[in-house]
Write a protein that binds this ligand. Structure first.
Ligand code: SF4
Length: 394
């Protein structure tokens, strides 16, 4: 399944932000934009090194620029990265090229330029439509920026638009959350990602929570928010296909599906991760260290695929771990789930022989559906996903 004939996904991490949001624990840095030109050069070099070390020319069917705030790069900088990717991979005809964008950082001209470079999917981090919630989160945009960004994207021809929202915010009520969902539906996105707020250590939210200054809604209200929004979206013709994702028919994110299906991907940039050749690899996190590793003097030797000069950890994945991961990520796919036939094809062993006990237990608890061919989460299981996933790890 993960041989070199399988189309790859390519992830490019852009770790720059204008300002650090209060809840963010992604690998991203504010105030370092002066390093962007050198970073683009390093990314291009890393792509070339890895692609040239592959046993054959690889095919890519998705390219995803995530961050951070990738929309801080200029169209010209994207052009140079895309050119290297085109030179180093065979791209499928229907290749999905996505950009994560901050609504406060785009213009119509910019989106038009991206579209002409081949981008065909934009994902906007909206999070909320309420000004005080956006301020608390530390976001730099307002709802007006969102409306403009959506209109511009449509005007220049984007037909695949995702909007990200966060629920379970401090002092958020069910009504306020529902108002965000309904307003956003009025913008007619093709895809919606709804994430529950998680308060992480090391963030401003983490510090405020420790001091008792963050009135997070009760988890039961969070569950109601999730369920109510899901029902509203289904009524509007969106189908849930992953725990946090809904899409109009044919608008599912192909790039993220690659992760959940356990298929190979290559990650480039500071802190990026990859999975290829039965190996999980991770890059050095800090931008300056990444640049140093990709300097000509440090990168001028051979690296075994998929390792790059920026790799700091590589783990060979055993068949047993790969089977566990297949269950954990596959079960996130709420309708597709894990197919018994695919499992047998991939691992040459019956799914019930390996996980029969776990499937039976979770079925009895009402968290899994098992019809003899496919195993997937029930509605209740989607709320208690972690409990289900934990059963499949040692
Ligand atoms: S814009 Fe996104 S990546 Fe940047 S700090 Fe805010 S949440 Fe983090």
């Amino acid at each position: 399944m993960t041989d070199h004939r399988t189309p790859y996904s390519v992830y490019i991490h852009i770790p720059f932000c204008v300002h650090r949001c209060a809840y963010c624990d992604f690998n991203t840095y504010a105030g370092m934009q002066s390093l962007m030109p050198a970073y683009v050069v390093a990314i291009c070099r890393e792509i070339e090194i890895v692609a040239h070390s592959a046993p054959q020319l690889l095919t890519a069917h998705t390219i995803f620029f995530g961050g951070g705030t990738p929309s801080l790069l200029s169209a010209r900088q994207f052009e140079s990265i895309l050119k290297v990717i085109q030179d180093c991979f065979t791209l499928t005809e229907e290749v999905e090229i996505s950009l994560e964008a901050n609504p406060g950082t785009v213009s119509m001209e910019y989106l038009r330029n991206l579209q002409s470079l081949g981008f065909n999917r934009i994902s906007l981090g909206v999070q909320s439509i309420h000004t005080e919630e956006l301020r608390l989160l530390g976001r730099i945009h307002d709802t007006y920026d969102v409306i403009e960004a959506v209109n511009w994207a449509r005007q220049v021809g984007f037909t695949n638009l995702n909007l990200d929202l966060i629920f379970g915010l401090p002092e958020q009520t069910l009504e306020r959350w529902q108002a965000t969902v309904e307003f956003i539906l009025g913008l007619k996105p093709d895809h919606l990602s709804l994430y529950a707020l998680t308060v992480e250590q090391g963030t401003a939210f983490g510090r405020w929570a420790k001091q008792g200054l963050l009135p997070i809604p009760d988890p039961d209200i969070g569950a109601d928010m999730y369920e109510q929004a899901g029902e509203t979206l289904e009524k509007e013709g969106y189908k849930q296909y992953e725990i946090s994702n809904w899409a109009k028919a044919g608008r599912e994110c192909q790039h993220n599906l690659q992760y959940w299906r356990g298929l190979p991907y290559l990650g480039f940039g500071a802190g990026a991760h990859g999975f290829a050749n039965k190996m999980r690899i991770a890059n050095i996190i800090r931008i300056r260290s990444y640049l140093e590793r990709l300097s000509v003097k440090n990168s001028n030797r051979d690296f075994p695929f998929p390792v790059s000069p920026a790799t700091v950890s590589k783990t060979k994945i055993s068949k047993w771990v790969e089977m566990q991961e297949t269950m954990m990520t596959g079960l996130r796919l709420t309708r597709e789930g894990v197919s018994a036939e695919e499992f047998l094809k991939r691992f040459e062993v019956d799914i019930r022989e390996v996980f029969g006990k776990e499937i039976d237990e979770l079925y009895t608890m009402g968290l899994l559906v098992w019809d003899g061919q496919v195993v997937h989460l029930t509605k209740r299981g989607r709320l208690l996903g972690n409990q289900a996933f934990m059963r499949f790890v040692d």
